[in-house]
Design a protein around this ligand. Structure first.
Ligand code: FNR
Length: 365
């Protein structure tokens, strides 16, 4: 049953607070440090107003979009979100069913509660990509790639911005710890070798957490190691974008990991125009961070994104109403985008250009 009182996708954020224990809510909603980048991601959308247009014929309007040869009925993706059992016992299997119901491309996390094969099965006909964290052992990474390809995932999303993540103060203060039922279903088969002890004077960060962090050599190793197109997630600097494009990645995801990696990083939306300018009009570019409405997606498309990913909203809807909630949340997002396009006189995503936006002034909504 669709929960009462949900009129917009963002309403699931409020409702989730009634369904999640305080420590889990703090972990999901929070970022890292003081949550400054979490706030910046949201505030960036408020910097823009959408300018309505009159008398334009949008009766043949649609939200379809082709991306690297894949036809998408709408420009929303389900972002990779780890440990979905925190939100609901059905975890990613429920999210996958919602993806199928709404023809949404889901990106399954390396750190999913359910194994990637079970997610693929639950996703049925939904398009699906696999988010990869490089494993300390290359053999394990290769095994994950082979499993993803065998299970019908059609692209790899290599996340590069999360080699080190310090917990948010709000999650720490709420006493959050990953509960025992939240194991990483994909990684059960890979026994981690014990990390080498730090030598005297070694840094817990550089020689500790960053020991296995990917470097350019790893990217050059990975690209020919799979037949699947490889996207990179976590791009904020235009020079990185240009270098990744030159290295041969299939596309880029402008993202600061929802403010969970570096507190103080700029809003993803703020960096989007510079990244778009760096890679040119034809490079496939997605954005995530702070998307809570169809209007937010409209603004991201106007500023250069081909599509957007939704992170926390899927956890909120999952917590509140399982698969039905996630499907409902996505349907609301799609309708909000359509209504915004119609008001702005845009009959297709290609019509959504920077001219549709105005810099906000303090009296704007
Ligand atoms: C994430 N994100 C994430 N990203 C990724 O590449 N792999 C992962 O396993 C996870 N796990 C994860 C867990 C939780 C609880 C959250 C909130 C986020 C980041 C995610 O893909 C995305 O970048 C952000 O969530 C986007 O911001 P919004 O939509 O949450 O504001």
């Amino acid at each position: 049953r669709i929960p009462p009182g949900i009129y917009n996708a963002i309403d699931y954020e409020r409702l989730a607070a009634q369904h999640l224990p305080a420590d889990r809510l703090a972990y999901i909603a929070g970022g890292c440090g003081w949550d400054q980048t979490v706030a910046a991601n949201r505030a960036a959308f408020g910097q823009w107003a959408v300018l309505p247009r009159l008398l334009r014929d949008v009766r043949a309007g649609h939200t379809r979009r082709a991306l690297n040869g894949q036809d998408l009925p709408h420009p929303f993706f389900l972002a990779p979100v780890a440990h979905q059992r925190l939100a609901h016992p059905d975890a990613e299997l429920a999210t996958a069913r919602a993806a199928e119901a709404t023809a949404t491309c889901l990106v399954a996390s390396t750190l999913s509660s359910a194994p990637l094969e079970a997610i693929a099965q639950a996703a049925g006909s939904a398009p699906r990509w696999f988010q990869l964290y490089l494993q300390p052992e290359r053999a394990h990474t290769l095994d994950l790639l082979a499993r993803a390809q065998a299970a019908g995932y059609t692209a790899i999303v290599l996340t590069l911005d999360a080699s080190i993540q310090l917990a948010s103060r709000s999650a720490l203060a709420a006493g959050f710890a990953l509960p025992p039922e939240c194991t990483a279903g994909n990684l059960a088969a890979y026994a981690p070798s014990a990390p080498a002890p730090l030598a005297e004077g070694d840094s817990r960060i550089f020689q500790g957490a960053m020991r296995h962090a990917p470097i350019w050599d790893d990217l050059h190793w990975l690209l020919p190691a799979t037949r699947l197109p490889v996207w990179v997630k976590g791009v904020l600097h235009p020079d990185d974008a240009r270098a990744l494009q030159a290295a041969g990645v299939a596309g880029l995801i402008v993202s600061n990991h929802g403010g969970r990696s570096l507190d103080g990083a700029p809003a993803a939306l703020r960096q989007l125009p510079a990244v778009r300018a760096a890679v040119g009009a034809d490079c496939p570019l997605l954005l995530d961070g702070g998307i809570r409405s169809g209007q937010d997606a409209f603004k991201a498309l106007a500023l250069g994104a081909d599509a957007v990913l939704v992170g926390r909203l899927q956890m909120y809807a999952l917590a509140a109403a399982g698969a039905l909630g996630v499907a409902h949340m996505l349907t609301l997002l799609i309708e909000e985008l359509q209504a915004c396009m119609a008001q702005a006189g845009c009959a297709s995503p290609a019509d959504i250009t920077p001219e549709a936006l105005l810099p906000s002034c303090p009296t704007d909504p």
